[in-house]
Design a protein around this ligand. Sequence first.
Ligand code: ADP
Length: 669
Amino acid sequence: MFEKILIANRGEIAVRVARTARRLGIRTVAVYSEADAGAMHTEVCDEAYLIGGAAARDSYLHGERIIQVARKTGAQAIHPGYGFLSENAAFSRACHEAGIVFVGPPASAIEAMGSKSAAKTLMEQAGVPLVPGYHGDNQDDALLELEADRIGYPVLIKAVAGGGGKGMRIVEQRKAFRESLYGARREAKSSFGDDRVLIEKYLVRPRHIEIQVFADNNGNAVHLFERDCSLQRRHQKVIEEAPAPGIAEARRQEMGKVALKAAQAVGYVGAGTVEFIVDASGHFYFMEMNTRLQVEHPVTEMITGVDLVEWQLCVAGGQSLPLMQPALEHHGHAFEARVYAEDPGNGFLPAAGIISHLHQPRESAHVRIDTGVRAGDQIGINYDPMIAKVIAWDVDRASALRRLRSALAQYQLAGVKNNIAFLLNLTSMTAFEGADAEPSLLDTGLIERHGADLFPEAQPASNTVLALAVLSELLRERERARNLASASTDPYSPWHLSDGWRLNEDNHHTFGFIDDGRRVTVTAHYRAGGFLLVLPGGEMRVRGEGEGDNYIVADIDGGRVTATVVLEADALTVFAFGACHRLERQRLASVEDEEPGGLLVSPLPGSVAQVLVEEGQTVDKGQALMIVEAMKMEHTIAAPHRGRVAQIYYSAGEQVAEGAQLLAMEEET
Ligand code: ADP
């Protein structure tokens, strides 16, 4: 086993690898970019070294510098985590040449599986079932179109070098083929530097089931059962689970055997995942093999009791697999939900900002939290916006789902837009809950089909939530007054009283909030020991105490309620009853006055990928005007109303700042 390893990654996965290393007594070296100075992963490791600028290519993708750090610090091995250099054959070779062990498969296996199309050819030869499609080298537009005709619509265009659902387009009809092809190529080029594509039959209502495999250098290979990753949005996994609901033992074993056949066909060593797409009748087809640890590996760890990172380190150190197939068992059920900094209400646009408050559920035998951030950390735009993974285990699926829901309800995050409420809605969806009894309910289109239920209209803050918000303000004010008084030369001065005492006035205080665009006012009248609040829905008697860390214990009309109310400069976030409500403080009362429409600004810093209109052109409401590429995704800027394009401020290829006005439109006269 190694004495010291370097972790060539950041965020939750770097922290997670360090956790196992520490448990095994292995010393760890972190590397970080300028944007990550002081980041959690640098603090949990024994040493940390700056390797370059914020852009991944200047730091986490800069193999040479990482190897230099490994040499300088005497790290014997490099664990690449997932993403970044984890599936980079050249890096794996460079490590080898530098006399450092790359914790991953041989470069040849990465290469064999790196191209989706080459991998398919190999798998075909090995007798692994494939989805009907075209995965040849010829990339001529007309030929690809002919192949799509041959396969039959709907088809799926995929980037040969793809990953994370990027560079993928579903095409329903021939007439949309070319436009989709160009879009897929553009996205593939910018994400992977390779615009080659393949075409597959698009399966209707499929499931995504993948098998965790593991092989060592001594000829042993096992599978650690399956994970179901069907709950996806835009082909990206959102919640994963193990085992797959409703899978028969015989099918599981069959998939495991085929996965091992796929791995052995490329001389695989280490941890890998063979992804299958499964049709409604249970037929499964090879999609791709990921030659690294997966984001969702914890669900496998929870049901098998195996620490996959420990196994990776054992195998990389030349040892045999700790357990062989007959000794591997699975118990109970596990879920993983991915918490992202993103805005589900706005097309899941990645969000950035400073985490002003973070309170995570307590870890236990049932709940595990893998995260790489703390309160006060900045979520930037340079890297993947995943904040944490909430993992829950229990003896059966229903119990595990209840645990997951409860953990998500306890997860408090403020300061950055996030998907926690969306995840909670997902875990409460009847179709998802019922997938155990009725597996056909679960498929990759579940989220799209239930869109409306998953994005409920924002409800106005309840009276209780408003009461908690006001109470928190009052308690803070009382605290402030007390501090002032104790610092003052005249602690008994009436000017330090915080009971709403005013000359010639009733003792009261009025608070104004903007709740999702609506103005709300609450008047607090000071009463002995508490307050009488006049709220939009009536009166309430409240009193309470702050208990530190924004936590308050309140008595509202005789009922005991606890909540966390986080104060930011312009807003209050109330966490209560397993939900979260954000109220803007009155200062920002201009929301309603803003003119809607005509605001054609870049949602994020990025670059203009395409300008689809010309100055002077008349466009319809909703028509695509420009495509901005930011965070490796394309964002369409659409016309907010029918009108004329008055001016175009940027052309294709130009950089744009967040909020930069891209075009101007005029109402048609
Ligand atoms: P990536 O490497 O970008 O993640 P994958 O090939 O793994 O791409 O596919 C991602 C997801 O796209 C799958 O989990 C599945 O939901 C969907 N998908 C892929 N291939 C097909 C197909 N032939 N038919 C229907 N859906 C598919």
